[in-house]
Design a protein around this ligand. Structure first.
Ligand code: HMG
Ligand code: MG
Length: 301
């Protein structure tokens, strides 16, 4: 990957499907992953090994991972999963998962609502999970939520985010994905945050994870790119949202991110036509409007 190219982490099958009210058949999830794996995407977050009482939408995590072994492109595509605790890690390890994502919050309010513990407790829990995973050769990505705003505690200070991100890197995460969980951030917030983080953390250790509640996500991606970030999470068809972040909309659409970068002459490695067709297909399956403006325009043209 050249210094200008970006790495896209497709989070549609996980972030995208965790907040859908209707039951999505396991076969549809597997088919979504199978199609995404043929677009040039190299990282597709497949599901979460979380408590089915908390997120019933992903209670088929084991079935998804088991079926993928036979029906989904393997090779150079990786399929990380989220795990909240040791129980989730152990379930993922049985299935031979090579990469996990742990998820913490910069704020206590979201932490308590999302994973039922304080930030301090979450660090202790996460450290044990990371140690065990790395001991088994499993890579660990860290998600840090509420980096600009929290649905329960209000605005987050960049100093708090810096402190948490450093702790997560020190415990062994290879990268920290910075979550604008509420989708309220604007480019000014993104610049202010990153200017502070980049004084102490190299850009290659950070990724952007922008939700699009206020329509600012593409602008936030571009701002973060200009400051040096080269990894971005996005979701086909703009699916997504966290059940514990009321009102938050989907992630920035992968189609929109690919369109932006390819038209800036920046390589994403992703085939936009194939992706747009998948966004159209999954929106139809879920009976939701296509959340990608680029995808909808592509399919209509
Ligand atoms: P808890 O209730 O404190 O956990 O929840 P517990 O240990 O007391 O267990 C309660 C029950 O859950 C027990 O079952 C456990 O066995 C079971 P029971 O004995 O009552 O039948 N359980 C599990 N089952 C399956 N897999 C597991 C597991 N753990 C416990 N791993 C817990 C604590 C962390 C488990 C819960 O709060 C949870 O699962 N939370 C997940 C919430 C979630 O997935 N949120 C969305 C992902 S984060 C996100 O979207 C943000 C992100 O996109 C970035 C951004 O946008 O900012 C990443
Ligand atoms: Mg998210």
């Amino acid at each position: 990957m050249s210094g200008n190219a970006v790495r896209i982490v497709e989070v549609g099958p996980r972030d995208g499907l965790q907040n859908i009210k209707d039951v999505v058949p396991t076969a549809t999830k597997i088919e979504l992953i199978r199609r995404l794996a043929q677009t040039g995407l190299r990282t597709i977050e497949a599901t979460s090994f979380v408590s089915p009482k908390w997120v019933p939408q992903l209670s088929d995590a084991r079935d998804v991972m088991e079926s993928m072994r036979s029906s989904v492109v393997q090779g150079d595509v990786s399929y990380p999963v989220l795990v909240p605790n040791m129980k989730g890690l152990e379930a993922a390890m049985v299935l031979g998962v090579q990469e996990i994502g742990i998820f913490l919050s910069a704020t206590d309010g979201f932490s308590r609502n999302n994973i039922n513990c304080s930030v301090e407790e979450s660090l202790v829990r996460a450290r044990a999970v990371v140690d065990k995973a790395r001991g088994q050769g499993i890579r660990v990505r860290g998600y840090l939520s509420c980096v600009v705003d929290c649905p329960y505690d209000g605005r987050t200070s960049p100093a708090t985010v810096l402190n948490m991100a450093k702790k997560m890197l020190d415990m062994g995460c290879f990268e920290i994905s910075l979550g604008d969980t509420t989708g309220t951030a604007t480019p000014k917030d993104v610049r202010r945050l990153l200017e502070i983080l980049l004084r102490e953390i190299p850009a290659v250790k950070l990724a952007g994870h922008f939700h699009d509640s206020y329509g600012q996500a593409v602008a936030n991606v571009k701002e973060a790119y200009q400051i040096g970030i080269r990894a971005f999470d996005s979701s086909v068809g703009g699916l997504g949202g966290c059940p514990y972040s009321p009102g938050a909309k989907g992630n920035v659409a992968t189609e929109d991110v690919v369109y932006l970068f390819e038209n800036m002459g920046i390589d994403t490695g992703v085939d936009l036509t194939k992706l747009a067709n998948i966004g159209d297909w999954i929106s139809q399956q879920l009976r939701t409007p296509n959340g990608s403006q680029v995808g909808a325009a592509f399919v209509a043209s």
